[in-house]
Design a protein around this ligand. Structure first.
Ligand SMILES: O=C(O)c1cc(C(=O)O)c2c(n1)C(=O)C(=O)c1cc(C(=O)O)[nH]c1-2
Ligand SMILES: [Ca+2]
Length: 534
């Protein structure tokens, strides 16, 4: 490459179609590439342009970031590669020397980097934030965000707003106190921390101090109102008899609005007050306009798809619809507060059958929005669990879950996984595809009317017609696809890239349902496709 193309705040606000500058392609979290060279007519002609293998097993979840011909992509264990995006030629790479006693709940994953100026930013499993020179890979700074021995960690891509690098921490299964933190792009100096388990009387005693609510996925940014929207995770522990049910536990399992200048939490909407099922509320708060109204659409782990209204510093409930097997709420009231099905709420000495299972109707793997169809494409799982409360005491660094559980398939169903096209204005499903095993892949929409996503047991990366769901192309890859697909172009040629590398929470947590994924080969390979020359 000649010289690196500086990433300005303006470029981050309106990224060129040829590039993929944010983990979901834009600040709004759409997972949409406007490129249309690859379309429904020719997608069957996709072929492999190049690949790279990471040499490690475990989950490969990252979205590659592409800036004017240069790609930055992470693998499991915080490996990081900088490559020529057209040829795959390696320019520099980095491998984090992780301490032996690093532990995270749900596999040694990383979901990608952020770019700003001439710098690449990566959060690490030992809770550091590192700034690399984009051209040389030289480390500009490396800061300790928090104490990994307490199980603080960073699994997701940072978000850059102006001159701040913003990250959310992991640790909801270990009793951390969750927060979103902002650090100066130039120096790494801390600017603010927004604690998500707030001391507002909604937690008994000082339980918020170990209350989790970890905001472990990347949020979105409303440029018009200068507001961050960020999802927060489960309370720690999931079930605590001392805590009872009458405390809402703010802001666990919520979407919060944050002022990016000072970290003030200006508003919140709670999907599941006093959650007892591990339904982290971290899933993508997608910023879209619905019926001309600035809105948030978010398919949550609890099996409900939410339509929320957003205003400067504000978020408020509009409507919610179940989009997968779910039995924990009778309904979500018009004020946005769910009416819990008490029989399906677990407690100490009370075993219940709850759907979805704790891994959720949709987990971290992001949906995508297509502004041309107005539909969102949601990777969905239908499954249930037996769950009951278990006594647990906080001990720094030890699991702090307070539940025993076993997952199972929905009786009578011949699928767990689905890809659903849903209208975020009405909650209606336009089409769906079903898969035997769970799905754990992100989704990409494109200007060519093609939706891309992957599956596990068949190891397929697939292309669907955005309008009707018809499968137009697929490729059997090396492993199960748990990656986040992206698209970009170099010298007028469009590419689609995705990791195949099975891992993440399913093999660790899904119990009997994980048997559907038993025969998947491990190992991470990044696949990059383009149209054949002929
Ligand atoms: O509460 C948390 O801090 C936290 C963090 C993470 C993570 O950082 O990956 C996951 C979860 N929870 C979680 O509940 C979960 O199901 C999950 C799945 C995955 C994955 O990458 O497959 N991560 C996480
Ligand atoms: Ca969690």
């Amino acid at each position: 490459t000649d010289s690196y193309s500086t990433v300005t705040s303006d470029r981050l606000k309106s990224p060129e179609a040829s590039n993929w500058l944010h983990w979901r392609g834009n600040y709004e979290g759409w997972g949409y590439s406007p490129l249309d060279q690859i379309n429904t007519e020719n997608v069957a002609d996709l072929e492999v342009a190049w690949t790279i293998s990471s040499g490690v097993n475990q989950g490969h979840e990252a979205a590659p970031i592409v800036n004017d011909g240069m790609m930055f992509v992470t693998a499991a264990y915080n490996k990081l590669y900088a490559m020529d995006a057209a040829t795959g030629e390696l320019i520099w790479d980095y491998e984090r020397q992780l301490p032996d006693d690093v532990a995270v709940c749900c596999d040694v994953v990383n979901r990608g980097v952020a770019v700003h100026g001439d710098t690449v930013y990566m959060g690490t499993l030992d809770a550091h934030l590192i700034a690399f020179d984009a051209e040389s890979g030289k480390i500009k700074w490396d800061i300790t965000v928090d104490n990994y021995k307490k199980r603080y960690a960073i699994s997701s891509a940072p978000l850059v707003v102006d001159d701040k690098i913003i990250v959310g921490v992991h640790g909801g299964e270990y009793g951390v106190r969750g927060y979103v933190g902002a650090y100066e792009a130039e120096t790494g100096a801390e600017v603010w921390k927004a604690h998500t388990a707030v001391d507002d009387g909604s937690w008994p005693g000082d339980t918020h101090e170990t209350g989790g609510a970890a905001p472990w996925l990347t949020g979105t940014y409303d440029q018009d109102t200068h507001t961050l929207y960020w999802g927060t995770g489960n309370p720690s522990p999931w079930i605590d008899p001392a805590r009872g049910e009458e405390h809402d536990l703010h802001h666990s399992v919520s979407v919060i609005a944050i002022d990016p200048d000072n970290g003030e939490i200006t508003d919140a909407y709670q999907y599941s007050p006093s959650d007892a099922w591990d339904y982290d509320g971290t899933n993508e708060p997608m910023l879209i306009d619905i019926d001309g109204q600035p809105s948030i659409a978010s398919p949550q782990r609890n099996g409900w798809l939410y339509r929320l209204a957003r205003n400067e510093g504000e978020v408020s409930f509009v409507n919610a619809w179940p989009y997968a097997e779910t039995n924990i709420f009778k309904e979500v009231g018009s004020d946005g507060r769910p009416i819990v099905e008490a029989a399906n709420r677990p407690a100490i000495g009370k075993t219940v059958d709850a759907c979805p299972a704790f891994l959720g109707a949709k987990n971290w793997n992001p949906s995508a929005y297509d502004p041309n169809t107005g539909l969102m494409y949601v990777p969905t799982n239908e499954w249930c669990m037996k769950i009951r409360g278990a006594q647990v005491e906080y001990s720094a660094g030890a699991p702090y879950v307070g539940a025993e559980f076993e997952m199972y398939q929905v009786p009578g169903n011949d699928h767990v996984g689905m890809l659903q096209a849903i209208d975020p204005a009405t909650g209606e499903t336009a089409w769906s595809q079903e898969f035997t095993a769970p799905v754990w892949s992100g989704v990409l929409t494109t200007g060519g009317g093609v939706v891309f996503s992957g599956n596990l047991d068949e190891r397929k990366f697939m292309a669907f017609d955005a309008e009707n769901g018809e499968e137009l192309w697929s490729m059997t890859t090396n492993s199960g696809v748990v990656g986040t697909p992206v698209s970009y172009s170099v010298d007028g040629e469009q590419y689609v890239a995705v990791w195949s590398g099975f891992g993440g929470a399913i093999p660790l947590w899904a119990g009997p349902v994980a048997e559907l994924t038993n025969n998947i080969p491990m190992g991470g390979t990044l696949w990059v496709f383009k149209l054949s020359e002929s």
